[in-house]
Design a protein around this ligand. Structure first.
Ligand code: NOJ
Ligand code: CA
Length: 565
């Protein structure tokens, strides 16, 4: 395998036809920087702790920039590091224009950003726009009296007799309304009671929040990941949501969130935000939970004037290695008209390593999944630790749960601690994350699953990620090529071509536990080649060139090869 990886690097160097500068505004295809960038999500509490208080911080991230650069990452999305009471671990912001002392200072942020810039890495901030913390001065003012100047910055309503204003439930459990006894009205919160929803119908809220984005653009950030965009607006008439059969995991009635999510006004705000982003060569990534590609399409905007990168979570719903299902999802998003965005997991979603792993071949499967989302037409957003095969480590006792939804929904809902455990850097105590007590326990497997050990192992998941990222940055077909599904009736092997002019890359992914053999006729795609030039394979028996009419595949293996005319 070692020899093979060395050979792989040489193949890439010989084959690549272009290497693009990260600062170039548009490439020959009119693509912008974010279309060729690989994004990497950092959950700052868990990435690297520089001052040994057990909580990751900005200086910790800065100390790992060389690692991120060598991995092949172009942009970091840092989840909220603003001042916050941390009820929802930062998604409850009490000051949008500062850094929480537990993560550092604005000066640390500037240094981090400068260090990243020197390495050609951009920083994307998380914009929590639906709600603030109940400790934000805006809300403190708003709740102080019915006549406060900020009263209408949040959603205050009278109850119906002694009951809540309507039947809306919080997605984190219980009613979405909390009574404030001092002023005798209810306020609305789609999430925790400590996360009151801002009233986006109020132009003053709109202006203040837009100023926040300008403030960060001036500081140099390259865009935002927009939190919970679906929930920005609510029905002014507060109509009851339709009730569905059954109870959810918190014991509340199931509801269709008809009147409190995805209201058309969201798109007006997104169009406005896009104008400001465009003035700053910035990208907007959306946390967009959509039931299908038709819904996803709406977030690009009718005139491609809303989000450049609405996240497609549909992959995260394919919970088994099913070539037909992946083919269907890829085809749908590829033809949606916007630039596809691929996500396998994040700080709210069980890690892909366990979602797709079968318990016996998880390493091979992790490489297979990496090869899938890093070779498709579109932008991948990685989640920290995915590149070393970090797994979920869920709490086993309710008293150990940190994430409040895990305490409320236990045992059905264990919360999100499991996918947020500290990054595993090496085999020293606490995986080198901290010399203090880590805020979440470090999984014991860190002794072998860690960056330092995997860097030394040529066939590790980490080295496959590094090879894939190097390839996708340098290979013209992977950067700009079309996606063409191949062998569409194959139930076991997912294959496709990325075609750019006279070049193409063939990607073959055996999603089954059995050896397979595949053959390709690429004449309809304009390629009469009989062999492919191997760029990357996870097979033990890989060779420099492979026959297209007879390509044997080991279980869960990957073959990526170049074909030319
Ligand atoms: C989505 C974030 O990803 C999640 O972690 C958070 O709890 C909610 N939005 C509320 O902000
Ligand atoms: Ca710290």
């Amino acid at each position: 395998m070692c020899r093979k990886l060395v050979a792989f690097v040489l193949f890439v160097a010989g084959f690549c036809s272009t290497v693009r500068s990260q600062t170039q505004a548009l490439d020959a295809e009119g693509h912008q920087w974010w279309q060729h960038a690989v994004f990497y999500e950092i959950y700052p509490r868990s990435f690297m702790d520089s001052n040994n208080d057990g909580i990751g911080d900005l200086n910790g991230i800065a100390s790992k920039l060389d690692y991120l650069k060598s991995l092949g990452v172009d942009a970091l999305w840092i989840t909220p590091c603003y001042p916050s009471p941390q009820v929802d671990f930062g998604y409850d912001v009490s000051d949008y224009e500062n850094i929480d002392p537990m993560y550092g200072t604005l000066a640390d942020f500037d240094r981090l950003q400068q260090g990243a810039k020197t390495r050609g890495i951009r920083i994307i901030m998380d914009f929590v726009m639906n709600h603030s913390s109940d400790q934000h001065p805006w809300f403190i003012d708003s709740r102080s009296s019915r006549t406060s100047a900020k009263r209408d910055w949040y959603m205050w309503h009278d109850g119906k007799g002694s009951a809540e204003p309507n039947n809306w439930v919080s997605t984190f459990g219980g009613s979405a309304w909390t009574m404030d006894f001092k002023t005798g009205q209810y306020y609305y919160h789609y999430f925790y009671p400590q996360q009151p929803d801002l009233n986006w119908h109020n132009p003053a809220v709109h202006d203040a929040m837009f100023d926040v984005t300008r403030w960060w653009y001036k500081r140099g950030v390259a865009g935002f990941r927009l939190d919970a965009v679906d929930t920005l607006f609510e029905d002014p008439e507060l109509r009851d949501n339709p009730v569905l059969p059954g109870l959810n995991k918190y014991g509340d009635p199931n509801e269709q969130d008809l009147y409190n999510t995805k209201l058309p006004e969201v798109h007006v705000v997104l169009r406005d935000l896009r104008k400001v982003a465009d003035e700053n060569n910035a990208v907007l990534i959306g946390e967009t939970w959509t039931k299908d590609v038709n819904e996803l399409k709406q977030y690009y905007g009718d005139h491609s004037d809303e989000l450049q990168m609405p996240m497609d979570f549909l992959f995260t719903k394919v919970d088994r290695l099913s070539p037909p299902e992946f083919r269907r999802q890829i085809a749908a998003v590829d033809s949606a008209g916007g630039w596809p965005v691929f996500v396998l997991s994040n700080h709210d979603i069980v890690r892909s390593y366990v979602r797709y792993g079968d318990g016996q071949n998880n390493q091979a499967i992790a490489k297979l999944m990496a090869s899938l989302y890093l070779t498709l037409r579109g932008t991948p957003i990685m989640y920290y630790g995915e590149e070393i095969g970090m797994q979920n480590t869920d709490p086993v006792r309710k008293e150990d749960v940190k994430d409040p939804i895990g305490r409320m929904g236990w045992p059905q809902e264990k919360g999100r601690d499991g996918e947020r455990t500290p990054m595993q850097w090496d085999d020293s105590p606490n995986a080198g994350f901290t010399r203090g007590t880590p805020w979440l326990p470090v999984p014991l497997i860190y002794k072998t699953v860690n960056v330092a050990s995997e860097l030394k192992d040529p066939s590790s998941i980490l080295n496959v990620y590094r090879s894939l990222l190097a390839l996708r940055h340098q290979n013209r077909a992977l950067l700009d090529g079309d996606y063409i599904a191949l062998n569409e009736n194959d139930p076991n092997v997912l294959s496709y071509l990325r075609r750019y002019k006279n070049e193409a890359v063939l990607v073959v992914l055996n999603m089954s536990s059995k050896p397979q053999q595949v053959s390709f006729d690429l004449a309809p795609q304009g390629f009469d080649a009989k062999t492919a030039h191997t760029l990357l394979t996870t097979m033990a028996a890989g060779s420099k060139a492979s026959s297209l009419s007879h390509l044997p595949l080991e279980p869960f293996s990957v073959y990526i090869g170049a074909v030319s005319k």
